[in-house]
Design a protein around this ligand. Structure first.
Ligand SMILES: [Zn+2]
Length: 369
């Protein structure tokens, strides 16, 4: 019994000592935070300086928007797209617009996801041995190796090519494709491809090819009709076709929201962030989309002028340029599994259709999925 009390006394004593150490450490860290803040105040000059200091402190505590840039090229069954194999001139024109657009983005520090369907890749395979404008590399290798661009499969799965075949074509051109599903049908529920991507592993055109989807992105509706329910910012694991905007940590694939893909929706989100309307604990995402057929000089200049507007928000830490894959990794490493599912503000419903929202020129052939 005496021995028991002895052990109990030792335990109690060590608990008291641990508590004292913790309290002292806490006091010290509070003091050092105060010291840092007052140092900042001292070094800042005048009213403007103090304003900047408090901005810095505020933005380091608030949420940020992970902003990605993506583009699509389409197969020959879409308007504004030729069969690039049959129309080599169109291929070279599209290629040079793409290079100029990518170089413009990268010169502003943007991280770019190039999302491509099969037809353009077949033309790269057929015609593109590299030239001076790409340091002697085919355009896919140049984008990835020289400009740091991620190459994501995108596919309407026409002409016998599914997503795995597109991933295979990318790897045949010398670049490892990401695991990003570069656009898919998320709704309405009866058309949802969610289950399809949960189990997709092998090619159709190249049956021995394999690729595993890792991150869903850009979920919309067929031909982008009545799509606004699917315009979401954030990262989560969609539960099912009928409950796409419900988080289920046991679901197989995460989704990175594109916030609809338009500049207007992004600027709305940024305004909400700067007005303090977003959840301080939230994790916000947006993508700026462009169709490869619209990467002409006028749109390049327009996008560049918007990038100059975003620059101050980037400098303040409100916006971080990030690839879709890195956005997911940032969520995974900082959010401890907590989802953010933020439906894009209602004003986005009145937006003009984004550039890629166009009716199909002729019906798509049926492809077994
Ligand atoms: Zn497409």
């Amino acid at each position: 019994m005496k021995k028991f009390f002895g052990i109990f006394a030792v335990l109690l004593l060590s608990l008291i000592v641990m508590w004292l150490v913790i309290v002292t450490l806490q006091k010290q860290s509070e003091v050092s935070i105060e010291a840092n803040v007052s140092n900042l105040d001292e070094t800042s000059q005048g009213e403007q300086g103090r304003q900047q200091t408090s901005d810095l402190i505020d933005s380091s505590q608030g949420p940020v928007i992970y902003l990605s840039f993506a583009s699509h090229n389409e197969d020959e069954f879409h308007p504004d797209y030729p069969n690039f194999i049959q129309d080599e001139d169109a291929f070279w024109e599209s290629r040079s617009n793409l290079i100029a657009y990518a170089q413009m983005l990268v010169s502003h520090g943007v991280q770019y996801d190039f999302q491509t369907d099969w037809n353009f890749l077949l033309a790269v395979q057929a015609y593109d041995q590299g030239d001076e404008s790409t340091n002697g590399k085919n355009v896919i290798r140049y984008l990835h190796e020289d400009l740091g661009v991620d190459i994501d499969p995108h596919s309407h799965e026409n002409g016998g090519y599914n997503f795995v075949d597109v991933a295979y074509l990318i790897s045949e051109l010398g670049v490892e494709p990401t695991g990003v599903v570069g656009g898919f049908i998320a709704g309405p529920p009866e058309s949802s491809q969610l289950d399809y991507f949960w189990s997709l592993r092998t090619g159709l055109m190249y049956p021995s090819a394999t690729w595993t989807p890792e991150i869903l992105w850009g979920g919309g509706t067929g031909q982008h009709q009545n799509e606004s329910d699917y315009w979401i910012s954030g990262v989560w694991y969609p539960k099912s076709a009928t409950e796409f905007d419900v988080h289920d940590p046991t679901a197989p694939l995460p989704n990175v929201g594109n916030n609809s893909g338009t500049w207007d929706a992004f600027f709305d989100l940024l305004e909400a962030l700067q007005d303090g309307e977003l959840d301080p604990e939230g994790f916000y995402t947006a993508t700026i989309m462009i169709n490869q057929s619209e990467m002409d000089e006028a749109n390049r200049q327009l996008y560049e002028s918007y990038l100059l507007e975003v620059a101050s928000a980037v400098a303040q830490g409100d916006v971080i340029y990030s690839t879709i894959t890195n956005t997911f990794i940032a969520w995974e490493t900082t959010q401890d599994g907590e989802p953010t599912i933020h439906h894009t503000s209602s004003s986005a419903d009145t937006l003009e259709e984004p550039p890629f929202k166009k009716p199909l020129k002729r019906p798509l052939p049926k492809v077994e999925l």
